[in-house]
Design a protein around this ligand. Sequence first.
Ligand SMILES: Cc1cc2nc3c(=O)[nH]c(=O)nc-3n(C[C@H](O)[C@H](O)[C@H](O)COP(=O)(O)OP(=O)(O)OC[C@H]3O[C@@H](n4cnc5c(N)ncnc54)[C@H](O)[C@@H]3O)c2cc1C
Length: 458
Amino acid sequence: MTTASTSRLLADLEGAGELIADPDVLASYRADQAAPGLLEAGMPAVVVRPRRTAEVQAAVRAAARHGVPIVPRGAGSGLAGGANAIDGCVVLSTELMTGIVGLDAASLTATVQPGLVNAHLGDAAKQHGLWYAPDPASYAFSTIGGNVATNAGGLCCVKHGVTRDALLGLELVLADGRAVRVGRRTRKGVAGYDLVSLVCGSEGTLAIVTEATVRLLPAPPPGATLAASFAGLGDAGRAIARIVRSTTPAMLELMDRTTIAAVEAMAPQGLDQDVEVLVFARSDLPGAAALEEVERMASWCESEGATLAVVTDEEAEGRMLTAARRLAYSALERQGATLLDDVCVPLGAIPALLEGIEAIAARHDVLIGTFGHAGDGNMHPTVVYDRGDPDAVARARAAFAAIVALALELGGTIAGEHGIGLLKHGLLGDELGAAHDLHRQIKHALDPAGLLNPGKGI
Ligand SMILES: Cc1cc2nc3c(=O)[nH]c(=O)nc-3n(C[C@H](O)[C@H](O)[C@H](O)COP(=O)(O)OP(=O)(O)OC[C@H]3O[C@@H](n4cnc5c(N)ncnc54)[C@H](O)[C@@H]3O)c2cc1C
């Protein structure tokens, strides 16, 4: 983009909110948190920071008039390169759109602007004795708009659902600048196509989310927690399969030895570093039923070979384990460059996935820290490598590709919750097959000029 055309674009963005054109500041909007150094991250011409829907419309219309791509961005915590800038693009940051438009405690719903941080919605719900269930490990900083655009999952999703399950309605700004509402505020409804589901997980490629109406739940009771240690991923996988077949844990997570050591190195939590795999689970059934439920889970773990299974209804201990798990990725990042995977397999294939990951690590001679939402079959095997060693980079890439191929072989998906972004753009066809074209037709119908986050997702 020439200086003159950038000046004309900036002038035309009048009425689109705050503008940032300082190159030093622009640089901080180039990339999200995915695979630093491995994915393209262009230099935006400008960052716009609208406060309201009308300003988003003005930004989209101006970008369209200039034929410039527009990349929506929440907190930039994405792990697939979905918010990575394209040279000369407009980055539309929702960081000033943080309002709670309304919270209807009687109907158990909240309507919020897209830049509201997930945890802030949780805090607001708590004041009414309510709860917003989707809780990505990034809940303290990721935004509701980003969560919607990636259909983010979290630790509680194994029982209470992912972002899509909490979503009732959306306000959208379309590629031509129109603002429309889709979905509803009611618990049920079948009028029209399910456009909420279409946009949820579309990574900013179909429309910009300017408001979301979500369902809230009554706050859950404190519950009880299980921590079980295993001598190998295979044993842990079988125990997890047994638990999900027999009961409905409110959380069922896994961390392997590499991840435990990384967490302890970053922020000591008192985890036992001698175990190969730590599985922890929670029950949020009321009263004594919670402890009974985790005791049943403990007995299944023992019969599948757990070396130790401990249960507690101490809230502080449960919180410590949850906190340790939420630190997993940040802790692994401190060990070296990382290639984080996000595959998800059918529940029955969890043991095969975990055993396969061990075999891939050995075959490619790489270090893989595995953690994730074991109860959903959604794991985050993370290849840790030395960015300065070309051979190590090649082995890391090969291991990453092998994990994706294994997930597909097992009937799974290449992306459970982080999205396709740039990271898996070239792999999507392997999963979608003939349906890939249908996706492209839908994209073309909603964004004929292809200016909404091009090159990402589909
Ligand atoms: C330490 C850590 C832990 C994480 N844990 C989890 C986890 O447990 N579960 C999980 O699912 N993810 C997790 N993530 C990934 C990330 O936090 C989620 O993908 C999150 O939903 C992204 O939100 P964001 O506000 O940062 O969005 P961004 O990264 O800014 O954007 C993500 C995508 O959404 C699009 N987008 C953003 N806002 C809008 C909008 N208003 N309208 C349209 N499109 C938009 C962007 O273009 C991009 O494609 C984690 C990330 C980190 C760094």
